[in-house]
Design a protein around this ligand. Structure first.
Ligand code: ZN
Length: 445
């Protein structure tokens, strides 16, 4: 392999930051990470039946180290009934109960998240998990997508994980173990032409094989790329959408602009990646090597298949093991065999709950199309309540001050209603909002 040296990249793109100490720490873990990757490749098409049978012993070993899960009766026949639920609120209020005493706090990597369902919370990662999450996971995705060929392996830049915040801004990491090229974390802020143009320059000179980001940022770069810039995206093998729901319209739009496939994925900063689409894009296959997914059905039953709130259990990040973590996302999980060779559980549909319509006199409006408000605007969460027969109260939560945001949301909604509905938009801080309670209806209409 004849790849570009890090120093050459840094002299071409001076706004990127390389931290030697971070890299040294990652480097020390490369042997175990390589083993993990090999295991993933070998087991990528392993058949998974009952997920608890697969995960029981490792879940027991790791989770019993933290005080929050000491009461689980792993040796009992009915151990599943003794596993408690874990909420975001639990983590916010008592994080110490979920941290593995094996690590001291200064050994851990941490990531405060804006949170799509409530106030921010901080996730703690073991160094190994951090490296997996930031560096190796995109290699795994490429394996599952079947796009990891010789040309991609020899690319100067393997991936660009675009972000809007200040989480390791403009970092560059050489891949420990030199399996693939450089890993970038470009920061792209709304309305910041400089950050956008700098990214376009990287794509033109050193095209990444994979670009991953939230639907909102992917949409922003697709909208802002000029015809000449679009041509330089031709070497990108795939876009991976993460962090929030990708609507069909938006996927089509981005694919149409760049003539490159967009793959959807599902993950949480608290547990890392959970599922990703294969190249057939039928459903998101669960990453059985590292997570166990269940649903809490509307009748209260916890099951590995069906529709309900998605619960995730994972001890892959042994610094902060989580069991039956309530994601606040509604989805449908199905067992089956995919033509790509995967046989196991897949998330078929996220936010698949059948929603009622808002009714304004004789006019009805389906809130279905509003799920992507968080991708269209820089907001973290929202709730729309019908408070009078012809009035909607729209509560939105967002981090930094954004001029005119409330007005823009109001204008957007008014545009879509097609009838005279009074809309009031307010900024709020939610305590906890589950996606299925985003819409509140007036009874009796
Ligand atoms: Zn598949």
């Amino acid at each position: 392999m004849n790849r570009l040296a890090l120093s050459d990249f840094l002299s071409d793109f001076r706004h990127y930051v390389f931290h030697l100490n971070e890299y040294r720490e990652l480097l020390g873990l490369q042997d175990s990470m390589r083993k993990n990757l090999t295991k993933f490749c070998e087991s990528a098409n392993q058949i998974v039946g009952d997920q608890w049978l697969k995960h029981r012993s490792e879940m027991a070993n790791v989770s019993s180290l933290v005080s929050a899960y000491r009461s689980v009766e792993w040796h009992s026949e009915n151990y599943r009934e003794t596993i408690p639920f874990t909420s975001k609120k639990d983590l916010r209020e008592n994080i110490a109960a979920y941290l593995n005493p094996k690590y001291s706090r200064d050994q851990l990597w941490l990531r405060p998240t804006s949170g799509t369902t409530g106030k921010p919370l901080t996730s703690y990662y073991s160094p190994e998990f951090f490296m997996e999450f930031q560096v190796y996971i995109l290699i795994k995705f490429a394996v599952r997508l079947g796009i990891l060929n010789e040309s991609i392996l020899s690319r100067d830049v393997f991936c660009a994980a675009l972000q809007g915040g200040d989480n390791f801004p403009n970092r560059v990491w050489p891949c420990p173990g030199d399996i693939v090229g450089l890993i970038l974390r470009p920061t792209i802020r709304d309305q910041d032409e400089l950050s956008l143009n700098r990214f376009f320059e990287v794509v033109e000179k050193r095209p990444p094989a994979i670009i991953s980001s939230s639907p909102r940022i992917l949409k922003y770069i697709a909208e802002r790329a000029s015809i000449s810039q679009r041509a330089s995206f031709k070497d990108v093998a795939g876009f991976i959408s993460c962090s929030s729901e990708l609507s069909d319209d938006l996927r089509q739009f981005i694919e149409c602009v760049f003539e490159t496939p967009v793959y959807d994925s599902y993950g949480l900063s608290e547990v890392g990646p959970v599922a990703i689409e294969c190249h057939l894009k039928n459903s998101m296959h669960i990453l059985h090597e590292q997570v166990l997914v269940e649903v809490e059905r509307s009748d209260g039953l916890v099951a590995q298949e069906g529709e309900g709130e998605i619960l995730v259990s994972s001890v892959y990040n042994d610094a902060m093991p989580l069991l039956r973590y309530r994601t606040g996302d509604i989805g449908t999980v199905e067992y089956g065999e995919c033509n790509c060779g995967f046989q196991g559980y897949s998330i078929k549909k996220l936010d698949g709950r059948v929603l009622k319509n808002f009714r304004f006199g004789s006019f009805e409006y389906s809130p279905k199309g509003l799920g992507n408000l968080t991708s269209l605007f820089p907001i973290d969460e929202f709730r729309i309540s019908q408070v009078e027969s012809m009035k909607l109260l729209v509560e939105v939560q967002y981090g930094k001050r954004t001029d005119g945001l409330l007005q823009k949301v109001e204008d957007y909604l008014k545009d879509r209603m097609e009838c005279e509905v009074h809309i009031e938009v307010q900024r709020v801080e939610f305590d906890e909002v589950k996606k299925h309670s985003r819409y509140q209806f007036l009874e009796g209409l």
